[in-house]
Design a protein around this ligand. Structure first.
Ligand code: SF4
Length: 289
């Protein structure tokens, strides 16, 4: 696999300079990357792909409605960039490459924030984390909320970069999260075979936590149609018929997402301020050129 057209609604592209991983917490139980890797590539062992570093030349800005936006590149959708088996020397090459593409934004999400913290402090303590590197942690439920602390520690020590929390797959309460200093909160129910149901009250907890600190929210999906709180109202004999009924009656407005993504009649898809600022800069540069 090389650069994929992404199905992640809050990213434009994916980039996998490494693939393969090992599980660290309950959020990994139904890892889609593992399922894909085992099905199509015969295994999920950690593998470095230095030949893919050159792919960043493709990550040109996105044009929409006469404006230029930095391409949002989700890094290592098929792995965790901070996995212990990815050597520092390879991380150096990844981030040297990223530094050469300042007009794109690289989203790096992890369940291993301690490695992220150690590497980032060694590399960026003085200079600060670059503006085009967004660092995030996964918080699938309260049990792993401490991951946010490492992100916050890094912000305190290495600059005001864009820090985000991804509550996906949301599989339990998240009312214990402290989101102070966090710039963006993403939320999503689990999809795929055996997906665990997400409860609307957990989604609301994550949103309330974000609102309490003024962080924008992106609610991605309910995960499965059967887990959409509108489902009991749906009429029809098949999943497709019931989905079409909800969409036809205007109750669900995001049928393209797994299980829909409407909450209390609203679609919540907000970007952090840094994204809009980067788009302003790019659009201004294009106009001046
Ligand atoms: S950290 Fe991510 S890629 Fe690795 S096993 Fe867990 S869910 Fe899969």
């Amino acid at each position: 696999m090389t650069v994929l057209s992404t199905q992640i609604s809050c990213a434009d592209s994916t980039w996998n300079p490494a693939t393969g991983c090992t599980k660290v917490s309950a959020g990994c139980d139904h890892c889609y990357a593992e399922a894909i890797a085992r099905r199509f590539f015969g295994g999920f062992d950690l593998t470095l792909h230095p030949e893919r570093l050159a792919q960043v030349t493709r990550f040109k800005p996105v044009e929409r409605d006469g404006r230029r936006y930095p391409r949002l590149v989700f890094v290592n959708s098929m792995s965790d960039l901070w996995h212990r088996d990815i050597p520092d020397a390879f991380l150096d090459r990844v981030f040297d490459t990223i530094a050469g593409r300042p007009d794109a934004i690289f989203q790096i999400l992890t369940k291993r924030p301690q490695r992220m913290l150690a590497y980032a402090l060694a590399r960026w303590r003085d200079a600060g984390v670059p503006a085009n590197v967004w660092l995030g942690v996964s918080v699938e439920d309260n049990r792993v909320r401490r991951r946010i602390d490492d992100l916050r520690r890094l912000k305190a020590a290495a600059g005001d970069f864009t820090a985000y929390v991804n509550c996906e797959p949301l599989i339990g309460p998240v009312d214990g999260m402290d989101l102070t200093g966090i710039d963006w909160v993403l939320i999503g129910g689990e999809s795929g075979p055996g997906a665990r149901p997400v409860e609307a009250r957990w989604v609301r907890q994550a949103i309330a936590g974000a609102r309490a600190v003024g962080a924008p929210v992106w609610f991605k999906q309910w995960g499965r149609w059967q887990h959409n709180p509108l489902w009991p109202q749906a009429q029809g004999r098949t999943v497709r018929a019931r989905r079409d009924d909800l969409v036809g009656r205007g109750l669900e407005r995001m049928p393209q997402e797994h299980g829909g993504a409407t909450l209390d009649g609203a679609v919540i898809q907000e970007f952090p301020a840094s994204y809009h600022a980067a788009a302003d800069r790019l659009t201004g540069q294009a106009a001046a050129a």
